[in-house]
Design a protein around this ligand. Structure first.
Ligand code: PGA
Length: 247
């Protein structure tokens, strides 16, 4: 399978930040892995135009389960497609926390995204309290069962394991903990969608940076990364892309 270096700009970046995309494409015109950047919606169409014909895919950070309607402030999957997106991040822990998103809502969004032709990047992960209570596998297993559509395939689903306590903190799980979770996710996903699970990219996310990327990418069943802070600068994200391409 082709590995995936995905960046989530979150609520960061104005149009001037698109210079980072130009720099990234100049430095990595044809990497041996897929690249994805998910900017704020305001930058999506312009970033997609910059990325056209390149190795870079662009995606949204959320979508509404409905195709259109009276939902002030929301964006539908079809609108993301229209703006040039091929992917959408769903169920990020910041959405789950800031907007009270449940597994059922993430599932509805993922179904809508897939129906619109997008690749759904579904995120899951435990809090620190859950890990301390030894609930990690139970929590992420329930999140997977509750938020991954039954009709998902390797072509329309990416799964991202992001421990909540590792996001933006500079802390990461041990490589053994990442390996344990990713092996568990592969098995659990097989139970949910069958043999297609073997080809679904399983990303690790949470404080991935140039200095730890190579060791994380060497862990089995880690097929790429979902990168927050380090995706904002072309040099940092490019170094992560290089580490993944070499893995
Ligand atoms: P981080 O964020 O790389 O800044 O820790 C990861 C994420 O939230 O996807």
């Amino acid at each position: 399978m082709k590995k995936l270096a995905a960046g989530n700009w979150k609520m960061n970046g104005n149009r001037a930040a698109l210079a980072e995309v130009t720099a990234l494409l100049a430095a990595h015109p044809a990497p041996a892995c897929d690249m994805l950047l998910c900017p704020p919606t305001t930058l999506l169409a312009e970033m997609a135009a910059l990325a056209a014909g390149s190795a870079l895919h662009v995606g949204g950070q959320d979508c509404h389960p409905n195709a259109s309607g009276a939902h002030t402030g929301d964006i539908s999957a079809a609108m993301l497609v229209d703006a040039g997106a091929s992917h959408v991040i769903l169920g990020h822990s910041e959405r789950r926390a800031d907007h009270g998103e449940t597994d059922a809502l993430v599932l509805a969004k993922a179904e809508a995204a897939i129906a619109a032709g997008l690749i759904a990047v579904v995120c899951l992960g435990e809090t620190e309290a859950q890990r301390d209570a030894d609930e990690t596998l139970a929590v992420i297993g329930a999140q997977l069962d509750g938020s991954v559509p039954h009709n998902a395939t390797a072509a329309n689903l990416v799964l991202a394991y992001e421990p909540v306590w590792a996001i933006g903190t500079g802390r990461t799980p041990t490589l053994e903990q990442i390996a344990e979770v990713h092996a568990f996710l592969r098995t659990r996903l097989t139970g949910r969608i069958g043999t297609a699970a073997a080809g679904v990219r399983l990303l690790y996310g949470g404080s991935v940076k140039p200095s730890n990327a190579a060791e994380i990418f060497a862990v089995s069943d880690v097929d790429g990364a979902l990168v927050g802070g380090a995706s904002l600068k072309a040099a940092d994200f490019g170094a992560i892309v290089s580490a993944l391409a070499a893995a």
